[in-house]
Structures are given as C-alpha cells and as structure tokens.
Unconditional design. Structure first.
Length: 314
C-alpha cells in the first residue's frame, strides 16, 4: 500500500484519461529509476484508462481502438498434467464443447513431451489444431528433435522450448525448422524487447498480453511492430477474466492475431468477473458490445479479497 502511494499514485493522480501515452512512458522511467517495479503493475492501470475513455465515448473498447472484427476462434490451453491421459481427456472435453484447437503444456522431459504430442494427434485426428508450449529448458539438439517430430504431426506452432532471453538458440532453431516458433511471452522491455527477437530472427510468432506487456498501449505497440514485419502477434492469457477481456478487445482491433487463448479449467481464471466468457458452441469468442470492456465485476468479492490481503499482510 505504501509502495503504491509513494510510486504510482503521483503518476496518475489528477491526470486526464486521455494522457495514456504520457503516463505509460512515465512508468518506464520509474521502472528504470527504482529497484522494485513489478512487470505486471502498469498493465491494469493502462487498461483502466482505456476502459474509461471508451466508456466516455460510448463505444465498446475494440471499436474505440479501431475495430477489425467481432470474434475469433478459441484454443483451450492446458495446465501441466501428471499423465498423458489427462491431456487427452481435457482436449476431448473442449472439442466436445466446439473448441477445435488445443495447446498442451507438457511437463518434460523432452521424450515425455514427444509422447504427449503423439498421443494427442493420434486421439484427436487431423481435424483438430494442436499447439505445444513446453515452457522448457531443452538443449538445442532436444529442441530440434521435438520440433521435427511436431512437423510430422502437423502441429500449428511450437512455443518456448527455451527461456525467452536465449535468442541465439531461438535463432538457430527457427533456421533449422519449418514449424513456426513462438516466443517473447516473458521478455522484458515491451516492444523494445520484442524488437530484439525480431531483429535477430529468433521467432516466427511473437507473444504479448495486457498484463506482462504494460497494458493495451504496450500490447498494441508489439502487435503493430509484428505486423510491420509480416508476423503474427498471438495474444497470451493473463489468467484473470477482465484482463483477458481486454486482450479480446485488442485482438479484435488488430489483424495479425489468429486465436484467443482460453486457459483451462476456465472457471478458475475468470475472477473477479461475473460475466461469463462469450464463447459460442462453435468455438468462437465474441467481443462484448457494451461500452468499455463491457463486462461486470464482482465488487463484493474484490473487496473481500482486498480485506483478506491486508489482514494477511499485517
């Protein structure tokens, strides 16, 4: 509470909701000047400013940003599971709900990951889009072996086989494989950091979201940067309902995002939103049409959570 009062409130107090870029840039100055500055701190503030401005204009946020579409396909994105069967059961459950794409987060080591990749393709057939994100620390030869196997299985993309800052390894991997390599999810420096990965040809698909990439302002900068290089910017889940809705609005205001990431089981990650995610029976999510984010929040639950946090903190 003291940290917020001393470092954050002075930046936004008394400011106009239309000074988003100035506020955004000032947060980067603070990030440079003080020791502790969480990467996820500026994002919700930036989203709130965009939400207020869109509401003042009487427009849904995606239209305020500049609408491109009103819906996009969903992929179910797993947690880490104990067994191969757990992945298969989960994927089949979401396929039965009309969602025709699934991304596994296999737990490693690399041979186990290949087993999971193979089993998912064998069980789901060729009509389901599959991706994988091992969040791994593969060696180069392991990453290439896994990648060549994924190519044979016709996986859609191959995400984070290394840590995001290992750009030299990513550059070698993208040169060696045909399957698109996705990265930059956790890189620091917003669009400046992503630019380094693009410049070094380290990834084929970049990742961004309104939590880890400094809000809607930062995510748009990354999406437009990627578009300039003919690349997709696949928006990453924030694991919280309102910020994922902000992701949805951004995704519907740009061209170069193909999917909406649904972290599953989805009920766990919708707090503190009372409005259900607007996913239809054909696996498409539809952007809300009400002004701003267009969703309702459970303020009682938020207040209880804040009280609980303060008591724990004391």
């Amino acid at each position: 509470e003291t940290y917020i009062h001393d470092n954050i409130i002075p930046v936004i107090s008394g400011r106009s909701i239309y000074e988003r870029e100035a506020i955004w840039q000032e947060f980067w100055t603070i990030d440079r000047h003080i020791t502790f500055f969480p990467v996820y701190l500026p994002g919700p503030i930036d989203v709130a400013l965009w939400d207020l401005a869109a509401k003042a204009a009487g427009l849904p946020l995606y239209k305020y940003l500049g609408g491109y579409r009103t819906s996009l396909p969903v992929y179910a994105s797993s947690l880490f599971h104990a067994s191969t069967d757990d992945y298969i059961k989960e994927a089949k459950h979401y396929v039965s709900k009309g969602i025709k794409a699934y991304k596994a987060h296999p737990p490693g080591p690399w041979r186990k990951d290949r087993e999971i990749h193979q089993a998912l393709r064998d069980e789901l057939g060729n009509d389901i889009v599959l991706m994988t994100d091992p969040v791994a620390e593969y060696s180069m030869d392991e990453a290439i072996r896994v990648g060549r196997h994924l190519e044979k299985l016709d996986y859609h993309w191959y995400e984070e086989p290394f840590r995001d800052f290992e750009l030299h390894k990513y550059a070698q991997l993208t040169a060696a494989l045909d399957i698109p390599i996705a990265g930059t999810e956790t890189t620091r420096g917003c669009h400046w950091g992503v630019a380094q990965a693009i410049q070094q040809k380290a990834v084929d698909i970049v990742r961004a979201d309104v939590s880890w990439k400094h809000g809607i302002t930062g995510t748009l900068k990354i999406a437009h940067l990627a578009e300039a290089f003919g690349m997709r910017c696949e928006i990453h889940t924030t694991t919280t309902g309102p910020l994922d809705i902000a992701n949805l609005h951004v995704s519907c205001a740009i061209r170069n995002c193909e999917y909406f990431e649904l972290f599953v089981p989805e009920d766990v990650f919708q707090f503190p939103m009372t409005t259900p995610l607007p996913i239809d029976g054909n696996g498409f999510i539809h952007v809300p049409g009400a002004p701003g984010l267009g969703v309702e929040l459970d303020w009682d639950a938020i207040d209880k959570g804040c009280v609980s946090y303060k008591r724990t903190d004391v």
